[in-house]
Design a protein around this ligand. Structure first.
Ligand code: IFM
Length: 455
């Protein structure tokens, strides 16, 4: 157990290896804004946000943090924390406004080129994500990820981006959280493109994984010293009771939440127990797809937020399971359980079962209802405590011999939190969305002191 009121000096940067990567993460749609500038095409999130009822506060990413214009200030901030790395994503519709085409949009490439140069000038190693959910709407109009043609489009896009930026970017993340792309977007319908169809979601999932595998050799051809991986959202699970039913339910839940991605990525194909439950919903898998998905990677990105407690629930959801909301546990404002122990369990399990050579915590963070004091400060002691305890957990995992090599806090800035709009703030930095003023919160101040950054 990690003490929920940790000593601020209980963990030091020097407890970790000198080359440990320290940074924060962002994504294009969540921070950039400038939705119609410099030839950017429409993304599925532009379209999804325009439909009433999809976003809790009726907002969208049109302006967001205006990072497209304010990136030098934001990179200064990331640098002042003392980070040595920064994770960001590329908006595919800035590169190919229609999803694909003979020539990419030069203004889009120039923007990311300036951004990457800006990182390097500030000593921030760029970690790029190619797909963090902003699919060009033109591709969705042709069926989106459920259509295999989108795989080809993704590979062309990966080719162009790695061809242009690969001289400066060495760390490549193909996809962010394919579970969310597939299931939030195409089964639950709570994310763009807002489809509610289990079979579609499974095909999307498969095609996304194939696109990951097909992009890898293309990136390697353009960037021989590239280090490539995917960032998965993974959860440690526990059964709600000691019953055999809950144990079996937890195994099924794990099958779709975790193993459905890890197994094929690490060469085992789809887990048979789950495949056998899918019936007609099973995806169409072409010959060679599983070998493609299992293309060797250099690291695994793990986005860790919370554990889940699972109960058997016949007829509920796709796997007849239910996530139980236990009382008396600490939760963030989102209702997510705070469990650094869960992160220890999860990363141990992933390391034991799949043996990735390197693991990076590519996202970890929390949302609380921040209050700006009269003096303008944000005393987010709960987020600070969350951060400290998860860094203590990270050290514990490293000490256990798990090859965790870096930690990226989600997120550098408060930003557009998808279906929650601007209601949920995950930033180490507060953003006043009226004035675009950035103010480092107490959690960010702590991270800066931990990392040895300077004002
Ligand atoms: O904001 C998201 C991010 O885009 C993907 N991972 C989870 C974060 C918090 O919900």
């Amino acid at each position: 157990m990690f003490n929920s009121n940790p000593d601020l000096t209980s963990i030091q940067r020097s407890d970790f290896a000198r080359d440990f990567r320290w940074g924060s993460s962002t994504s294009s749609y969540q921070i950039e804004g400038a939705a119609r500038e410099d030839g950017r095409g429409e993304s599925i999130w532009d379209r999804f946000c325009a439909l009433p009822g999809n976003i809790r506060d009726g907002s969208n990413g049109d302006v967001a943090c205006d990072h497209y214009h304010r990136w030098p200030e934001d990179l200064d901030l990331a640098c002042s924390l003392g980070s040595n790395a920064y994770r960001f994503s590329i908006a595919w519709p800035r590169i190919f406004p229609q999803g694909r085409g003979k020539t990419p949009n030069q203004a889009g490439l120039d923007y990311y080129s300036r951004l990457v140069d800006g990182m390097l000038e500030r000593g921030l190693e760029p970690w790029v994500t190619l797909y963090h959910w902003d699919l060009p709407q033109a591709l969705q109009d042709q069926g989106g990820w459920a259509n295999r043609d989108t795989i080809d489009a993704f590979v062309e896009y990966a080719d162009v981006v790695s061809g242009h930026l690969g001289d400066r970017i060495k760390h490549w993340i193909t996809h962010n959280e394919p579970w969310c792309t597939a299931f939030h977007g195409n089964y639950e319908g709570v994310h763009a493109p807002g489809i509610r169809n289990f079979k579609t979601a499974l095909q999307v999932c498969h095609n996304v994984l194939v696109s990951h595998g097909q992009a890898i050799p293309v990136i390697r051809r353009n960037v021989p010293d590239a280090r490539i991986g995917a960032a998965l959202s993974l959860h440690p699970l526990q059964p709600a009771s000691e019953s055999m039913q809950d144990a079996a339910a937890t195994r099924r839940h794990d099958g779709l939440r975790n193993r459905w991605f890890l197994d094929p990525l690490y060469g085992r194909g789809y887990p048979e127990d789950i495949w056998n439950l899918l019936g007609e919903s099973a995806p169409v898998v072409q010959e060679g797809d599983l070998a493609t998905i299992a293309a060797p990677t250099d690291f695994l990105g793990v986005n860790y937020y919370f554990p889940e407690i699972v109960a058997d629930a016949p007829g509920v959801g796709s796997m007849s399971t239910r996530v139980v909301e236990t009382k008396d546990v600490e939760r963030t404002a989102f209702g997510w359980e705070v469990s650094p122990d869960g992160m220890v369990r999860l990363l141990n399990r992933v390391s034991r079962d799949y043996r990735p050579t390197e693991i990076y915590i590519t996202e970890n963070g929390s949302t609380y209802d921040d209050v700006v004091t009269e003096s303008g400060s944000i005393e987010d002691t709960q987020r600070r405590s969350y951060l400290i305890r998860h860094l203590q957990a990270t050290k514990k995992i490293v000490d256990m011999g798990v090859p965790v090599k870096g930690y990226f806090a989600w997120s550098l800035l408060d930003n557009f939190e998808w279906a929650e709009g601007y209601i949920r703030r995950f930033g180490l930095t507060h953003v006043n969305f009226e004035t675009q003023q950035r103010t480092l919160k107490a959690s960010g101040e702590w991270y800066r002191a931990f990392l040895g950054g300077t004002l």
